[in-house]
Design a protein around this ligand. Sequence first.
Ligand code: ADP
Ligand code: ADP
Length: 229
Amino acid sequence: NAIIRVKGISKVYQMGEVRVEALKEVSFEINQGEFIVVLGPSGSGKSTMMNLIGGMDTVSSGEVYYKGQPLHQATEKVLTEYRRHAVGFVFQFYNLMPNLTAYENVQMAVQIAKDPLNVKEVLAQVGLADRADHFPAQLSGGQQQRVAVARAIAKNPDLLLCDEPTGALDFATGVQMLKLLKEFSVQYKKTVMIITHNAGIAEMADRVFYMKDGRLENITVHPHPVPPE
Ligand code: ADP
Ligand code: ADP
């Protein structure tokens, strides 16, 4: 039932004489519908791991499978398809198109999707029904990140990967954002993985991954994760 299976993956970055082992022999499985939070100090390999799962980078050694399909041996063409259809990404900086409205930003993303959700419904779900015609500059940071979340969700991906989605938001706005992601995961039975410094979200997670020095040091399991209020 694993949607993602990772077996002994390592990642080495070599820049001239400098060699960084960003990820060291990491293994785990993620099941469909799981809500995973990744915690760990800066530089511990969290982003590297997520980029490898998301098909944005390739492993130095080890294996990554999406629904049994080996990504570590995939061609760039296959990885592009994978990123387009299977994965939604949310980053710290919203990367919205400034000359497009909220609606158009989301609409653009769903054009390449196979089975997209309704753009208006998704905007309503993230609390932006009345902001659809606004441009990014007319929206607050939290609202812009909601557009970015809507854009990722509307593609209807199996897997939503979020790298510090609350990094540029104040604490309360960040908590709202994380609740939204949790609701999405529960409602659509989607797999969500979030890198965050906000340890408060950990209790909503099915499992918490603790990264340290490129290793997956510990996994905490929550049999009864706390639902969002
Ligand atoms: P985290 O997300 O936990 O902050 P990262 O995965 O970004 O950690 O980084 C892990 C290690 O790999 C760090 O030492 C970082 O400097 C290094 N690293 C990450 N990306 C690159 C890259 N593109 N080139 C060189 N080194 C990198
Ligand atoms: P919660 O409050 O939901 O239990 P916490 O963030 O406090 O979430 O951490 C969950 C558990 O994991 C706690 O028992 C904590 O002691 C433990 N923990 C926290 N950081 C680490 C770590 N780096 N390695 C191993 N275990 C950790």
